[in-house]
Design a protein around this ligand. Structure first.
Ligand SMILES: CSC[C@@H](O)[C@@H](O)C(=O)COP(=O)(O)O
Ligand SMILES: [Zn+2]
Length: 211
């Protein structure tokens, strides 16, 4: 009998959490056409992550695999998400990060295109800013970075590292692509993801209203 380098019971719990949440996010239309990827920390060297190319609205246990923090598959023949390094860099850097969620909603994609030139989108004086960990007033502003898209994920990851060096953030947009958000656990990452989505929708509506 081979011993796995991670706790299979923890993998089962994380897989169930990822599957349930991903199904809800897919039902909202935030994961079109097999896009998006999701992960949870298993321990200080491993994460559970979605297998590449799967329909994120119909995931089963067979669609969740394990990678190490170099992004390499562990004890599985499956291919991990093409964007695995964008997940593992967060687990590697921040021991407190327990979950990373990446979606491609219409609002996220549109906002990334409209604000890609500026390089960020600013949320100011919204009550929902308090949904982010560490924020306790609406009387503040928060800049969400927008990175240029890149099919070479190590290059993208290096750009994200520069952002992470510059200050505390809970997510970023990639131009024409989507949003990455994270948190201590699934509940916090989901809260952050939903707050980003709502605030991006507000900014897009404000533009339509010419405010
Ligand atoms: C199907 S287009 C979207 C992909 O290129 C990618 O951006 C994505 O989010 C999903 O890739 P995946 O490899 O399934 O994790
Ligand atoms: Zn993507």
């Amino acid at each position: 009998m081979t011993t796995l380098p991670y706790d299979p019971a923890r993998l089962s719990v994380c897989a169930a959490d990822i599957i349930a949440n991903t199904r809800e996010l897919a039902a909202l239309g935030w994961t079109p056409a097999t896009s998006s990827n999701f992960s949870m920390r298993l321990d200080d060297r491993h994460a559970a992550i979605t297998v590449s190319g799967r329909d994120k609205g119909k995931l089963t246990d067979a669609d969740i695999m394990v990678v190490d923090f170099d992004g390499q598959p562990v004890a599985t023949p499956h291919r991990p998400s093409a964007e695995t390094l964008l997940h593992t860099q967060l687990y590697r850097r921040f021991p407190e990060v327990g979950c990373v969620l990446h979606t491609h909603s219409l609002n996220q994609t549109l906002a990334s295109r409209l604000y890609g030139g500026a390089g960020h989108i600013r949320f100011e004086d919204y009550e929902l800013i308090k949904a982010f960990r560490g924020q306790n007033t609406h009387q503040t502003s928060m800049d969400v970075p927008v990175l240029p898209n890149n099919q070479h994920i190590p290059t993208l990851a290096a750009q994200v590292d520069v952002l992470l060096d510059a200050g505390s953030i809970w997510g970023y947009l990639i131009n024409g692509h989507g949003l990455y958000a994270w948190g201590a656990d699934m509940a916090e990452a989901r809260r952050h993801l939903e707050a980003f989505e709502f605030l991006l929708a507000c900014e897009l509506e404000m533009r339509k209203l010419h405010r």
